[in-house]
Write a protein that binds this ligand. Structure first.
Ligand SMILES: O=c1ccn([C@H]2C[C@H](O)[C@@H](COP(=O)(O)OP(=O)(O)OP(=O)(O)O)O2)c(=O)[nH]1
Ligand SMILES: [Mg+2]
Length: 155
């Protein structure tokens, strides 16, 4: 595990009575993000919603925060992060919001402070382009989208 980095965070007024996200276990990869809402909101089957976290970050250059689903919400309720993994850019200063979608068949009531997603801090490598007319050929070549089949390869 790489050394922790410090992220400056502002707790917006509607998140003032919520704790900051924290790692739930010694080696947890993510910290859960909480719903900074003042009343329960119901996510109906098939619907999606932006849920505010009440947090704004100044992520150090060279890093991002990924917004990922919690497996418990997915397994028990069919609820996931629609744009998973959501990308919080290092230069974003707005409120971090979570876009949840209910792919289950029952409504999910999101309570104030409910842990609705998780954030994982990750290093970012950016790219510059070197444009050419033709790329070096490879064995895979144009193969994609299932080109290697679905069953495991024997010996
Ligand atoms: O789950 C998410 C995804 C994004 N954002 C915020 C932070 C991020 O830095 C900004 C832009 O995200 P993204 O690049 O995914 O959105 P876009 O549709 O490309 O918008 P933009 O043109 O503003 O980049 O929106 C969130 O709060 N939650
Ligand atoms: Mg973008």
């Amino acid at each position: 595990m790489t050394d922790a980095i410090e992220i400056e965070v502002v707790r917006l007024p509607h998140a003032r009575d919520l704790p900051l996200p924290a790692y739930a276990t010694e080696l947890a990869a993510g910290m859960d993000l909480m719903a900074a809402i003042d009343a329960p909101m119901t996510l109906e089957p098939g619907k999606h919603a932006m849920v505010p976290t009440g947090l704004s970050f100044a992520i150090p250059p060279g890093f991002e925060v990924q917004v990922r689903p919690r497996s418990g919400l997915a397994a028990k309720h069919g609820v996931t992060v629609l744009n998973s993994p959501g990308t919080i850019d290092a230069d974003y200063r707005g409120e971090v919001k979570v876009i949840l979608i209910n792919l289950g068949d029952q409504p999910l009531v999101i309570e104030p402070g409910m842990r609705i997603a998780q954030m994982v801090v990750a290093p970012v490598t950016r790219a510059t382009w070197r444009e050419s007319e033709r790329l070096q050929e490879t064995t895979r070549g144009l193969g994609g989208f299932g080109s290697t089949g679905v069953h495991f390869q024997t010996g």
